[in-house]
Design a protein around this ligand. Structure first.
Ligand code: ADP
Ligand code: MG
Length: 325
């Protein structure tokens, strides 16, 4: 009898932990969720529901999204949902903090480049952008006429923050989420080892890594010039714009990765560090040291912050590893 009870307990335990692996196409990107726990089905449903709700807020293309409505009303006063107002406020502050390298008001400039051809420079210059064109108070927004917002460099990170909260609510002990390159690794693998996250080789294909990061309870968020771009006259025009020139950032970096515990900030910073370039990005990190980063330079160096020394392994020997001090 005792043996039977023990056996039953083992069976029950096995029945309790379920694994769910799913993929979605949402927010214009591939998302994958791998969850383990007692309430994986419920958590997975809540995650996909939340992310599609966020898509209805931040999508620049869904006709019924809040962003499309707000941008259509540019110049007149509009009231915002709490989510929209919160992320806009985070974004405006981040623009200040990054000296304008991250700029949520670049929407009309981004739309011009999204036509996949080099826009006329007079047209680029004519666009109205910048924090000073935005007036936000008590969830009421009024911009200068013509100003268009775009959350492309923060919305997925914000969604990853929301995903982290949902995993907590459903008591999911371990999970690996990828929201189009914005990774959240919760807990550790079933064997007690940390999650392994590949760092993309900017010279390779989507499945080529230059190194591996071991993480527990961290966001790993990357930006790079290899993800979205078009070519014209033999020149590659990628999707990360320098707000100062309104053109693809002429960065001496090819890829930036932020490792931290805040998804929105990680997403914002990965984009901003790319725009800043190597020297400015390192100075920005030195003044804060509240996040870890990996910078991949044009000339084949992989720069990491000291706390990543133990957890990052370079696997592609065409690159040279350097530790930033
Ligand atoms: P991805 O969306 O591929 O993960 P990023 O997080 O770096 O990459 O965001 C890039 C997107 O953000 C662009 O496609 C564009 O919509 C927008 N964007 C480009 N440059 C900037 C910038 N300097 N500040 C804010 N948003 C930007
Ligand atoms: Mg980003």
């Amino acid at each position: 009898m005792k043996r039977m009870i023990a056996l039953l307990a083992v069976l029950l335990l096995c029945g309790c932990t379920k694994q769910v692996d799913t993929q979605y196409y949402m927010m214009d990107t591939v998302m994958s969720f791998s969850l383990e726990g007692a309430q994986t089905k419920e958590a997975e449903a809540a995650l996909s529901e939340k992310i599609s709700a966020l898509e209805r807020v931040f999508s620049p293309t869904l006709p019924e999204s809040e962003l499309v409505r707000v941008n259509a009303a540019s110049g007149s006063e509009v009231s915002l949902s709490k989510t929209f107002a919160d992320v806009l406020e985070i974004s405006l502050k981040a623009s200040e903090e990054t000296g304008g390298a991250f700029d949520v008001t670049l929407g009309s400039v981004i739309a011009l480049w999204q036509k996949q051809e080099v826009p006329p420079s007079a047209l680029l210059e004519a666009q109205i952008t910048g924090n000073e064109t935005v007036d936000l108070s008590n969830r009421m927004l009024k911009t200068e006429p013509g100003v268009q917002l775009n959350f492309g460099a923060v919305a997925k990170g914000y969604a990853a923050d929301c995903a982290k909260t949902i995993l907590e609510e459903y008591e999911i002990p371990r999970a690996l989420l990828s929201l189009g390159g914005n990774i959240y690794a919760k807990g550790e693998k079933a064997d007690g080892r940390p999650w392994q996250v590949g760092v993309r080789d900017p010279n390779g294909t989507a499945s080529d890594w230059l190194g591996i990061l071991q993480v527990r309870d961290k966001f790993v968020i990357a930006s790079g010039d290899y993800e979205r771009y078009f070519e014209q006259g033999g020149v590659r025009y990628h999707h990360i714009l320098d707000p100062k020139t309104r053109a693809p950032a002429q960065s001496d970096l090819r890829e930036t990765v932020v490792v931290n515990t805040n998804g929105s900030r990680g997403d914002i910073l990965s984009t901003a560090l790319f725009v800043m370039g190597e020297d400015e990005a390192i100075a920005f990190w030195r003044a804060r040291k509240d996040f870890e980063m990996i910078l991949v330079s044009q000339d084949g160096r992989v720069l990491i912050t000291p706390n990543l020394k133990e957890t990052f392994t370079l696997t592609n020997d065409t690159y040279e590893l350097e530790v930033v001090a």
